[in-house]
Design a protein around this ligand. Structure first.
Ligand code: CUA
Length: 161
């Protein structure tokens, strides 16, 4: 049997525990906390969105508590069919929302406060995520990818009653 120095053995055990901890955290994030990577569900021509899933931005109701929000991000606002610099939608508590989003020009971000929604909106790519709103409140949607001089104005609101 090869001889391993006492200190070397000690560090091997420490490294093993740390790597095991990282692996356990990764597995727990998927199986316990339901973390999913946002995945592109389709590719489109960003200059011709008229025949795509986001042709008509806005909120549609699919069933009693399920909605779909189609979003087009552009310099420097989120278009979801509501007028105003800070568009707002209102949902009842317990509603599930499918977000279908893309960008018309440059890469934008789509982050929903206090929820597991953090997407990059890349021109030419449709991104999709599902989220459930269980707590009443005001949740901001912010663009968290720097997209130009009006970046800080890209804010929208989801109100949960
Ligand atoms: Cu859009 Cu920053």
């Amino acid at each position: 049997m090869i001889h391993i120095h006492r200190l070397e053995r000690y560090w091997m055990i420490v490294v093993g525990i740390v790597m095991g901890g990282f692996m356990a955290a990764l597995v727990a994030s998927v199986l316990v906390y339901g973390v999913r990577l946002p995945t592109p569900v389709g590719r489109v021509d960003p200059t011709h969105l008229e025949n795509t899933d986001v042709a008509t931005p806005g909120l549609t109701q699919d069933s009693a508590h399920a909605y779909t929000l189609r979003v087009v991000a552009q310099m420097w606002q989120f278009d979801f069919g509501v007028k105003g610099q800070m568009p707002k939608i209102t949902l009842q508590r317990g509603s599930s929302l499918k977000i279908v989003a893309t960008s018309k020009d440059v890469t934008h971000g789509f982050y929903v406060e206090q929820h597991n929604v953090n997407m990059m909106l890349v021109p030419g790519q449709i991104s999709e995520m599902d989220v459930v709103f269980n707590k009443p409140g005001i949740y901001h949607i912010i663009c968290h990818e720097y997209c130009g001089p009006g970046h800080q104005n890209m804010v929208a609101v989801i109100e949960v009653l």
